[in-house]
Ligand binder design. Sequence first.
Ligand code: HEC
Length: 127
Amino acid sequence: MSAVVLYVLARMNVVTFWTTNDIYLFSKKSDAGYQVFQKYGCRDCHVVYGEGDYDGPDMDGEGTRRTADWLHRYFDNPGSLVPGTAHAGKFAPTFSKLSPKEKDELVDLLMSLKSLPGSPNYPKPPK
Ligand code: HEC
């Protein structure tokens, strides 16, 4: 197919062929975290590995936007970092059902999800 045809199809949103510049660092630790992510239905609201729903923020690139320390504190007490957080239990579940081990595994998963400049998930300057 010629470049011109591809360009026209892309403008019509028939094909998409840009790269997102998201990086996944797979390991035993990220596998364990992905099991936990699926077990608790996090994908009903969050995207990991390009799959899931967008009711909450995209988790691809989370390991570049946040630190492991931030994520640990978020899972222990989301309201202390994000006042009025959806994860206080009104819209999104609290993290009280997660064991300390499961929280560690989730942090390992999220820290393995990196992004590069050019990705829509790369950190944005503060508003
Ligand atoms: C019903 C929807 C919903 C479900 C289910 C859900 N979340 Fe969320 N999550 C949200 C929304 C909305 C936010 C937006 C920020 C806020 O209000 O704290 C969020 C924010 C987050 C953040 C902070 C992102 C950031 O960098 O600011 C993390 C981490 C997170 N969720 C992890 C999880 C995990 C892990 C699970 C599964 C145990 C989960 N979420 C399940 C809706 C959901």
